[in-house]
Write a protein that binds this ligand. Structure first.
Ligand code: ZN
Length: 267
């Protein structure tokens, strides 16, 4: 059985396994630890190898941060610690006591155990993303998209989640969902809201192309429906063109095969 043993003042492991093995060591109180056997210091006694930590991904350029920095500069006139929350990450400006004051701090959205957010990396003022160990693989690409078009990415977030990307409150006004943030946060961050300068919202309804069933295709009912659609489309076109609509656009001619209403007399 593997066990801890102090050797020359250093905690080591007594084991029958060779250096490099991952072994389970039972402590005196019965709990177990998993360690990797390091250098052999005496027969059957090994140093504990330092735990291998997953390597952080390589740094990558995410581009010009001036738009984001300008947004935060403006916000800091109104807010003590402005932040923007996007899909899966949160961005704020590193304070004066940070390793690189003014750089972008990227963390998880929610605070985890101990009330701290997970560090996902930093974007230096030169626009280089230095990912932390917990950073998702596509975070660099998402930051690049954000740097290129902060307002556009914010708007996308707002439309997708119905929440303000700055304060995370629900957006109810469609002028807010169109841009991804509410009027107060727009003011704080110096962004357009509720005007034509704001990101355009999607049209409410796109025109539907008429369905051409061709002559004598489909059932009587489907042809009747098609005829109704054609009639309604003609009417709509007439209204748009400013033409008067006939009061009685057609008369029953008693021919059941050429109905103009969906109810072609069969019910
Ligand atoms: Zn807000």
């Amino acid at each position: 059985m593997n066990m801890f043993k102090k050797f020359n003042g250093e905690w080591c492991v007594v084991s029958n396994d060779p250096t490099g093995s991952t072994v389970i060591v039972t402590k005196r109180n019965g709990t177990r630890s998993t360690v990797v056997l390091g250098e052999r210091v005496a027969p059957g006694i090994y140093r504990i190898a330092p735990a291998a930590r997953p390597a952080a991904a390589a740094a990558e350029a995410v581009g010009d941060l001036s738009r984001i920095v300008a947004m935060f500069d403006r916000a800091r006139q109104h807010l003590r610690m402005p932040a923007i929350v996007l899909d899966g990450f949160r961005v704020n400006i590193a304070g004066e006591r940070a390793r690189e004051p003014g750089s972008l701090t990227i963390t998880s959205v929610d605070a985890g155990y101990g009330g701290r957010r997970t560090w996902l990396g930093r974007v230096t003022l030169a626009g280089t993303f230095e990912p932390g160990r917990g950073a998702p693989a596509d975070l660099g690409a998402r930051l690049r998209a954000f740097a290129a078009d902060p307002a556009g990415v914010a708007a996308e977030f707002g439309r997708l989640h119905g929440k303000c990307c700055f304060c995370r409150r629900a957006l109810t006004d469609e002028r807010s969902t169109a841009v991804g943030y509410g009027p107060d946060c727009a003011e704080n961050f110096g962004l357009a809201w509720g005007s034509r300068d704001a990101a355009p919202s999607l049209p409410r309804s796109a025109p539907v192309a008429p369905l051409d069933l061709g002559p004598a295709r489909g059932t009587a009912l489907s042809r009747a429906r098609a005829a109704t659609r054609t009639y309604l489309a003609e009417q709509a076109a007439a209204v748009q063109a400013g033409q008067p609509i006939e009061d009685e656009p057609f008369e029953c001619d008693g021919t059941p095969d050429t109905p103009r209403y969906a109810n072609d007399g069969r019910y």
